[in-house]
Design a protein. Sequence first.
Length: 260
Amino acid sequence: MCRLLGYLGAPVLGERLLCEPEHSLIVQSYQPREMTSGVVNADGFGVGWYHAARAVAPFSYKTILPVWNDLNLLSLSRYIESGCMLANVRSATSGQSVDLVNCQPFQRHDVTYVHNGLIANFRETLYRPLREQLSDRAYQSIQGTTDSEHIFALLMDEFDATGSLPAALQQTIAQLTKLAEKYATEFSANLIVSDGKQLVASRFANRDPVPTLYWLENSDRFPDAVLVASEPLFEGKWNSFGDRSLLTVNSDLSTKVITL
């Protein structure tokens, strides 16, 4: 299972989010506390962010190195400043290649996305049924082989149809649930998605245990912001997502939680 991080709020330097917390994603890559499968997250790292002042397409940095071996991250994170950032440390599902095209985050236009979870036996179960649901544009956008990127393609089809990230995420999970029931498989979909103005996150699985996900707002360390993380980054009043729930963080940092 991967570890995720999402941030929406006042612009901050990347090092404050990625490196400084006592239980940062770097620490979670080799010493996670709450993973439901796997031991370490050593199969790559990625971060996506939005420019703090200009309306331009989001940026990303990815590597297949374990994040603790990436000599570029510490210096790069001192120059990234953003009010919206998503990051992922990867634990590749068995059978999926450690390749740059399989590293998260995935992006299309203004949307950035990260996923923690899996579709069990993806190639044998939902690979073809899921691809058959996609539009030509979404189908052709897939560059890698992961279940995560296929879920993102499905999500972007729903976003194109609805124009709403929360609605698109709800519909994506509903479609995955139907497909998993039809083809008798399990899946988990802890997802964070953003367009730089709004952040939406889900904690969901059609089996137990549901992988952990937390959110924190207006903390002493980040007073004008909301954070979402697989595991708390530091001591604070972190809220645990309900087992099957969705959080929307709006541009004014107001929040809404619904049960899925």
